[in-house]
Write a protein that binds this ligand. Structure first.
Ligand SMILES: [Zn+2]
Length: 91
């Protein structure tokens, strides 16, 4: 279920990672480039919140650290509503 990346993906993913998320995981807040629990480094990736909606809209994109990405993609039924709610609450 790989979604196809749009032509302006670089721009979109950069916007989500560095401007909207300010370089931190939008789920757990882990900061890009800092050590993570498994001994590696936090590297933010941008993924679709709802894979069926694709990767072309920033409101369907989320910047996640490797750990959160694993949870997000490993979850057979991603709880989209709860995720976006959590983003709003954190500040
Ligand atoms: Zn995270």
């Amino acid at each position: 279920m790989e979604s196809e990346k749009p032509k302006n993906w670089q721009q979109l993913s950069n916007y989500v990672r560095w401007i909207r998320a300010k370089g931190a995981c939008e789920k757990c807040g882990a900061v890009h480039g800092t050590p993570c629990e498994d001994g590696g480094w936090v590297f933010l990736d941008v993924v679709a919140v709802d894979p069926e909606k694709g990767l072309t809209r920033v409101d369907n994109l989320v910047a996640l650290c490797p750990a959160c990405r694993k949870v997000h993609e490993g979850d057979p039924e991603p709880v989209v509503g709860q995720m976006s709610l959590k983003f709003q609450v954190e500040s």
